[in-house]
Design a protein around this ligand. Structure first.
Ligand code: CP
Length: 305
């Protein structure tokens, strides 16, 4: 039995296979419509979510399976003090696979140790968000045709943004990748990502604070929200929250074939006027998230169609 706790739990070859299955799902949805009949997905969400929880549920329903779960810690027995370990042992009696989001780093790992069903990390604190990374890779491969030879700008809250941490972990395994890390000093990428992931893999990178300076060289711009829920101090969040706002004026600095991605939700960091720019890909990214999660559920349940 396999879990997905980090993007590194899948080899690049397995990632390619998953994306190929997702492409086939897009082309032939009817072929997959009953592939999970009789199977149940549990969504255990101790933190708010729109896309991740609903895309998992949509994915399982598209595969002919069923769903159960909770959408907040308050509506589960966590509110009465139940541990993650006891909850997962219980849920293992009800479902065939589960996706779990939790505010504490390492929670999905803890769950996986006691689980008798595959556990998918749907976001653990400021640590990792591997299925967002699958979505991001699928989006980039679909839009650019490849995952090699790319200059990728990551902009915003690089300190707390778990989607950025997971995406960097995944992309360092591809050829000729360069990162431009765009953030205020206070929200720079954590040392363990810079040193142990980027530098350790000899991936070229630069760190800048001005978005306009970085834009002309980028193939992909990955915008992120300042993660209010991870700040210890509301005043500090308010000072930081609008540090970058991508608008139509700034998009003039970007290449014609650069794409803008964002894991969403967005707050102010992308003006809605950018939504009409053909390079704005963040809602296409949402759609790819369903197909790649369908492919992932099939893989972890060892179902071949
Ligand atoms: N991208 C993402 O994780 O969105 P949600 O928080 O809405 O699930």
């Amino acid at each position: 039995m396999r879990h997905l706790l980090s993007p590194l739990d899948l080899s690049t070859q397995e990632l390619e296979q998953l994306m190929d299955v997702a492409d086939d799902i897009i082309a032939n949805p009817a072929k997959y419509a009953e592939s999970c009949k009789g199977k149940k997905l549990a969504t255990l969400f101790y933190e708010p979510s729109t896309r991740t929880r609903l895309s998992f549920e949509s994915a399982m329903l598209n595969l002919g399976g069923s769903i159960l779960g909770f959408s907040s810690a308050d509506s589960s027995s966590a509110a009465k003090g139940e541990s993650v370990s006891d909850t997962i042992r219980t849920v293992s009696c009800y479902a065939d696979i589960c996706a779990m989001r939790h505010p504490k780093e390492g929670s999905a790992f803890v769950a996986s140790r006691k689980s008798t069903i595959p556990v998918i990390n749907a976001g653990d604190g400021g640590h990792q968000h591997p299925t967002q990374t699958l979505t991001d890779l699928m989006t980039i491969r679909s839009l650019k045709g490849h995952l090699n030879n790319l200059t990728i700008g990551l902009c915003g809250d690089l300190k707390f943004g778990r989607t950025v941490h997971s995406l960097i972990n995944a992309l360092v395994r591809y050829d000729n990748i360069k990162f431009v890390l765009i953030s205020p000093n206070e929200l720079r990428i954590p040392d363990y990502i810079r040193e142990d992931v980027i530098k350790a893999n000899n991936v070229p990178f630069s760190e800048v604070s001005q978005l306009e300076d970085a834009l002309p060289e980028l193939d992909i711009l990955y915008m992120t929200r300042v993660q209010r829920e991870r700040f210890f101090n509301e005043e500090e969040y308010i000072r930081m929250k609008d540090c970058y706002i991508l608008n139509s004026e700034k998009m003039k600095f970007a290449k014609e074939d650069m794409f803008v991605l964002h894991p969403l939700p967005r707050v102010n960091e992308i003006s809605i006027e950018v939504d009409d720019d053909p390079r704005a890909a963040y809602f296409r990214q949402v759609q790819y998230g369903v197909y790649i999660r369908m492919a992932l559920i099939l893989k972890l349940l060892e179902i071949t169609v």
